[in-house]
Design a protein around this ligand. Structure first.
Ligand code: GLN
Length: 286
């Protein structure tokens, strides 16, 4: 069977799960083609592994996310291995990664030799992405889940970067650190499962999604603001739930009066990021 024949056969079955992106991606994956243009220029060639494609189609038709079926997900500029032990990277998190990169450059220069910590690293995307841009920095990635660290280690190896991986809950793995300049985190922040897509609820790790109360992990990480393990000048960069701005503002104003902070919206206009900065009154997040 050729890619052309299979493509049009699958287009007839197209539905919510087996959508056009899934169809194209499955065929591209089979042939090792990096985009649709590449696929159509090989349209009349034989499909390499029809059995595997058929199995994958069945999983996708059952609602399993495409990225788990393929075993990898695209994040910012490259692929990362994922399985059901780690969250699938979201577009919102790509924005966090890129904006944090820019803020680090503004605060610490283009080739900083600083200590960066990614708390709850999951697949490792945030820490690995920053280490690729800042090879002279010491990047520590933590997670409570051994299984997610296994995936993150594969991703670090595939991206040729040295990461200091540590297993443990929240601040525990960094309690004996000092001079930390950057903390980045996309912690679990969903309080109510009724807002979650059924597909996410069924397949993605609940450990990575839910928090009770939903500000729990932010409150723990925010204690770093007053902590001796932080450098004099620091950045804490968070992804947050779209309904958390008020509550997090209240906590910052009550417990950390005078600290500089800034909320930012994602491309959909939702409050999605919180940047906390200490640096003698200089404003970086305009
Ligand atoms: N840091 C990972 C991500 O941003 C994992 C986040 C999580 O599991 N809550 O996707």
């Amino acid at each position: 069977m050729t890619y052309r024949e299979l493509y049009f056969e699958l287009k007839k079955k197209e539905n919510k799960y087996l959508n056009n992106t899934a169809i194209k991606t499955l065929l591209q994956d089979d042939g090792g083609f990096n985009d649709f243009f590449n696929l159509i220029s090989h349209f009349d060639e034989e499909v390499k592994n029809l059995d595997k494609i058929n199995k994958n189609i069945e999983r996708i038709m059952n609602g399993e996310p495409l990225q788990y079926v393929l075993g990898y997900a695209f994040f910012v500029n490259s692929n990362y291995v994922v399985d059901e032990n780690v969250l699938i990277p979201r577009q919102e998190t790509e924005e966090l990664a890129v904006a944090t990169l820019k803020t680090i450059i503004k605060m610490f220069g283009k080739e900083p030799k600083i200590k960066i910590v990614d708390i709850g690293t999951g697949s490792g995307i945030l820490g690995i992405y920053l280490k690729e841009y800042f090879p002279n920095s010491h990047v520590i990635c933590t997670d409570i889940s051994e299984n997610s660290l296994k995936i993150a280690k594969i991703n670090a190896k595939n991206h040729n970067v040295e990461i200091d991986f540590r297993q443990g809950d929240m601040l525990e793995p960094i309690k004996n650190e000092n001079d930390i300049s950057v903390v980045i985190s996309n912690p679990p922040y969903i309080g109510d499962s009724s807002s979650v897509e059924p597909q996410t609820l069924k397949y993605e790790p609940h450990l990575a999604l839910f928090a009770e109360p939903k500000t729990k992990y932010y409150e723990i990480i925010m204690t770093l603001i007053d902590s001796a393990i932080m450098s004099n000048k620091f950045l804490i960069a968070f992804e947050i739930g779209e309904d958390m701005k008020e509550e997090l503002t209240r906590i910052l104003e009550e417990k950390y009066m005078g600290i500089m902070y800034k909320f930012e919206k994602d491309i959909y206009g939702k409050d999605r990021y919180l940047y906390i900065i200490r640096d003698e009154g200089i404003t970086y997040v305009a």
